[in-house]
Ligand binder design. Structure first.
Ligand code: ADP
Ligand code: MG
Ligand code: ZN
Length: 476
């Protein structure tokens, strides 16, 4: 029998408000442990929470950007559980009346677009961080993160593979960054995902028993954890076993998961309405105002790249996958007459170099206008394509503009016919058989000799002129 996977994601995103959700402490990442906290966010008896208005506005924006309905009446609830990173003994969250519900985002699968429905988006507070000392066997607690505002975005189980889950997460990340409500830095835990996975016989419309893996904080972990869990579940079922509803822990180093605890039900949390906070009435005017404030979203921008710049869908997709990348492209494209070349340089060499040097877009040491200039130098025939790649590398090394680099290193294309002929004569002298081979009909000799001549000119020869002269010389 064939099985298919059913996957639902619960995504937590830290909102980029200045202060925390129920007090005025900073939300800044890092800092000396326990310096970004106060009696409210450390849960001291007698303190009272006061809701940060921006949290609600950011969450509504996230809802609007993901096609949700915004609830006119909503409230906050206590989710009770005991854990040292939760000083109050409960988390203020939302239970039966989430702020946003019934939305969707569109993802691109291999050959079609697919809607992933969003069940709800609610606001809640983040917990602190437990640090387990490796040397002294003690556990330490840092409350700097306690009370940082979160949205939890809960999808319907519409996702069918690890790849779709990754696309969904990438799309959510892009949306939240575009609307500027979260920095979505996965490496700092600003965006993390719980994945719920079950399998069922292909075509069945019955949901299988699911497991959950919490707090995955990289695209890679999400992808690998899902692949591994699908395989595990199919194996268990095929060997006659049963899937237990449980929470499992993903070990990124070992590449496997193991059971952590049996899953808790809602009743285990003894939810009840937060008595220290009044219900929220969300006025239509507020929603309308926030709607107007929404910038162009990734999907719209993608369509515009196709219609305005005539880029292929694929390019438009890659270039709008993150806000920084998209902004960098846009700045460059605006100033250039060769937008396809801009796209190629950004998607190709630029992403490769960033990846090799472990850099982010913000670390690029030169402005977009330098890339425009580099492309102009190629288009005007000042440098050839392979030299341009070296120049681009040097731009990353030095932050200097391409004109300067070309001058400094003498990288202009060599077009002088008599000089290039000399080079070719020498290459032929050094490879005496090549002429005979060519006369015998071995045309690939051309490629070889061009390569040698290029090498002799340190890659600076004008390839077109070089080719012409060489063929003329061989035919003589
Ligand atoms: P809980 O709050 O107990 O975690 P929910 O019903 O709110 O449970 O669902 C949480 C997530 O699990 C949602 O993203 C949902 O789509 C997903 N989910 C629910 N049932 C299944 C299932 N059988 N297989 C895969 N995912 C599921
Ligand atoms: Mg859950
Ligand atoms: Zn505080």
């Amino acid at each position: 029998m064939n099985y298919e996977a059913v996957i639902g994601l619960e995504v937590h995103a830290e909102l980029s408000t200045k202060s925390k959700i129920y007090c005025s402490c900073t939300t800044e990442f890092g800092g000396e442990p326990n310096t970004h906290c106060c009696p409210v966010c450390t849960g001291m008896p007698g303190t009272l929470p006061a809701l940060n208005r921006k949290t609600v506005e950011y969450a509504i924006k996230a809802g609007l950007a993901t096609n949700c309905t915004i609830s006119p009446f909503t409230k906050q609830d206590r989710k009770n559980y005991f854990y040292p990173d939760l000083p109050k003994g409960y988390q203020i969250s939302q239970y039966d009346l989430p702020l946003c519900k019934d939305g969707f985002v569109e993802i691109e699968t291999e050959n079609e677009k697919k809607r992933i429905r969003i069940n709800r988006i609610h606001i809640e507070e983040d917990a602190g961080k437990l640090l387990h000392g490796e040397e002294d066997n003690n556990s330490y607690i840092d409350y700097n993160r306690t009370g940082v505002p979160l949205i939890e975005i809960v999808s319907e189980p519409d996702i069918s593979s690890a790849r779709e889950a990754k696309s969904y997460l990438e799309k959510l990340k892009a949306i939240l960054q575009f609307i500027n409500v979260s920095d979505c830095k996965m490496e700092e835990g600003s965006l993390r995902a719980d994945v719920n996975i079950s399998v069922r016989p292909k075509g069945s419309n019955h949901l299988g028993e699911r497991t959950e893996m919490k707090n995955l904080n990289s695209f890679r972990s999400v992808y690998r954890a899902i692949e591994s869990e699908i395989a595990r579940q199919i194996h268990v079922i095929k060997s006659g076993g049963k899937i237990n509803q449980e929470t499992r822990r993903w070990d990124e180093n070992k590449g496997e998961s193991y059971p952590m605890r049996s899953k808790e039900d809602a009743q285990d949390y003894r939810y009840f309405p937060e008595p220290d906070l009044p219900p929220l009435i969300i006025k239509n005017e507020l929603v309308e105002r926030l709607k107007k404030e929404l910038p162009e979203l990734p999907d719209a921008r993608k369509q515009r790249y196709v219609s305005e710049y005539g880029l292929p869908e694929y390019d438009a997709q890659v270039l709008t996958s993150s806000k920084e990348l998209s902004d960098f492209f846009e700045e460059t494209a605006k100033q250039s007459t060769n937008v396809k070349a801009v796209s190629n340089w950004i998607m190709g060499d630029m992403l490769r170099i960033l990846n090799e040097r472990n850099l982010e877009i913000v670390d690029i040491p030169f402005p977009p206008s330098y890339l425009v200039r580099l492309i102009t130098l190629i288009d005007k025939g000042v440098i050839n394509g392979s030299t341009a790649k070296n120049v681009f590398d040097l731009m990353f090394d030095t932050g200097k503009d391409p004109d300067n680099i070309v001058k400094e290193h003498g990288l202009e294309m060599l077009k002088d016919q008599s000089f290039l002929l000399e080079v070719i004569e020498k290459v032929i002298r050094d490879n005496p058989n090549s002429l005979d081979d060519y006369k015998k009909g071995q045309k690939k000799v051309i490629g070889f000799l061009v390569g040698q001549a290029m090498k002799a000119t340190k890659g600076k020869a004008d390839p077109q002129i070089l080719n012409q002269i060489l063929i003329k010389r061989l035919e003589d």
